[in-house]
Design a protein around this ligand. Structure first.
Ligand code: FES
Length: 175
């Protein structure tokens, strides 16, 4: 057996251990398809569903097992805002970006959140308290613009209300 084969077996074993059996098996199935790289987004969704976010070692493991360049995997993971590259914060802020909320100023609310928290979409604050995400219509268009923080709905939110809302959760995080 050649040294190259030994190295690959070691890399593959490490990648499988990093992702776990279920995801490794799923990637094995994807590799049977004519274009395994086209399954990349679906694989990354599975990794995020299992681990909560996409850590660098998981991205490397996906690249190895799916046989896709690591730069492509990292590029796709950072391009789409629904992928998180950091652990989830204690509270998940979900800004509705559906049409009704957008026309009522959801973009200004989102910008105020980014300014106050110092993060962009998909990021978590340094203190680990908040993660910011955008979503499609949350189904409460009559209350637009709407924020959800974990399971709590905040209706008719204006940018001025954002610091007050955040403070409530900061107080909870301390308490
Ligand atoms: S568009 Fe925001 S709740 Fe429907």
């Amino acid at each position: 057996m050649s040294t190259t084969t030994d190295n690959w077996q070691q890399v593959e074993a490490t990648a499988r251990a990093t992702l776990g059996d279920a995801i490794a098996s799923y990637i094995d199935q994807c590799r049977q398809s004519p274009q395994p790289a086209s399954q990349l987004i679906s694989v990354l969704h599975k990794v995020q569903a299992q681990f909560g976010y996409l850590a660098p070692e998981q991205l490397d493991a996906v690249a190895q097992l799916l046989q896709v360049p690591a730069a492509k995997v990292a590029g796709v993971a950072s391009f789409y805002h629904f992928f998180r590259l950091q652990p989830r914060g204690r509270f998940m802020i979900n800004v509705c970006l559906g049409t009704a909320c957008y026309v009522k100023g959801a973009d200004r609310v989102a910008q105020k959140l980014m300014d106050e928290l110092g993060i962009q979409w998909g990021e978590t604050t340094k203190d680990g308290v908040f993660t910011l995400e955008g979503s499609r219509c949350l189904g409460t268009c009559g209350l637009a613009p709407v924020l959800m923080i974990d399971n709590e709905v905040h209706p008719n939110v204006t940018p001025d209300q954002v610091p007050v809302i955040l403070q409530k959760y900061l107080d909870r995080a301390k308490g």
